[in-house]
Design a protein around this ligand. Structure first.
Ligand code: G3P
Ligand code: CA
Length: 247
């Protein structure tokens, strides 16, 4: 079970507090979105700008890490938390130091416009932590996920042992040709699309691919995914999903 942006149903998304809570609640996977700052640091922010999730404004790509650190990324949330922007490095430290093995699902947001720089910096960061060349995809502590075929393809070309999820949300996508073309090890449809195409999980498995489904916050959807054999269920409420699936 993958905590989507951390336990983001309870704490402000992409903050250390959200990820720590997800781990305490028993998540065995964490999802984060990464974007490049003006000074080429990878930070965990979903939107193009910081307007929604901080007390600052502006595009992540036009702000330095030092500038981003001046803003509060927790105050917008009902929890009223104070939180600094989280870097990918800080999240990797938390994930890899946790008391049980946890996988980090790193989503590259719109990497194409940076011409491969996002993937290059991401792989350098994974190398720094010794997790860029796992013995097998099954043993990998990092998974790179993206809606970008170019983004997935660059990871496969430069780090062939790293598992990858090609995200997508159309019937055509579920046909698997794009995933095959870029060598993705898994497909990642939304729960809405998977509801319309329940055979997608078996078809992916027949092609040797796992399925990652987002974002599953309802009990009936969680049990639906489990019954279909979805490998990774991403949710904003790890506590709830773990409870439902254990019942
Ligand atoms: O985990 C995949 C999912 O996060 C994709 O959608 O918009 O939440 O990044 P989004
Ligand atoms: Ca995401």
């Amino acid at each position: 079970m993958v905590a989507h942006r951390g336990a983001s149903g309870h704490k402000p998304e992409h903050t250390l507090a959200a990820y720590e809570l997800a781990l305490e609640q028993g998540a065995d996977g964490l999802e984060c979105d990464v974007r490049l700052t003006a000074d080429h640091e990878l930070v965990c922010v979903h939107d193009r700008t910081i307007d929604r999730t901080s007390d600052g404004t502006g595009a992540v790509s036009e702000l330095t890490l030092a500038q981003l650190r001046e803003y509060n990324f927790g105050g917008w949330h009902t929890s009223g938390l104070d939180a600094q922007v989280l870097t990918l490095r800080e999240l990797l430290e938390l994930t890899l130091d946790w008391k049980r093995p946890v996988r980090l699902f790193i989503e590259t947001k719109h990497p194409v416009r940076f011409g491969g720089l996002v993937e290059q910096l991401l792989l350098a960061e994974l190398q720094r932590f010794g997790v860029a060349t796992p013995a097998s995809a099954d043993h990998s502590r990092a998974v790179v996920i993206s809606f970008s075929t170019a983004g997935v393809w660059r990871i496969r070309r430069n780090a062939p042992m790293l598992p990858t999820v090609l995200l997508g949300d159309t019937a055509r996508f579920l046909g698997g040709s794009a995933a095959t073309a870029v060598g993705a090890t898994a497909i990642g449809p939304s729960i809405t699309t998977l509801r319309e195409h329940p055979d997608a999980v078996d078809r992916a498995a027949a092609a040797g691919r796992a399925t990652y489904c987002w974002t599953v916050d309802e009990r009936r959807d969680a049990t639906y995914c489990a019954d279909l054999g979805v490998g990774w269920i991403a949710t904003n409420y790890p506590d709830r999903v773990l409870g439902w699936l254990a019942a």
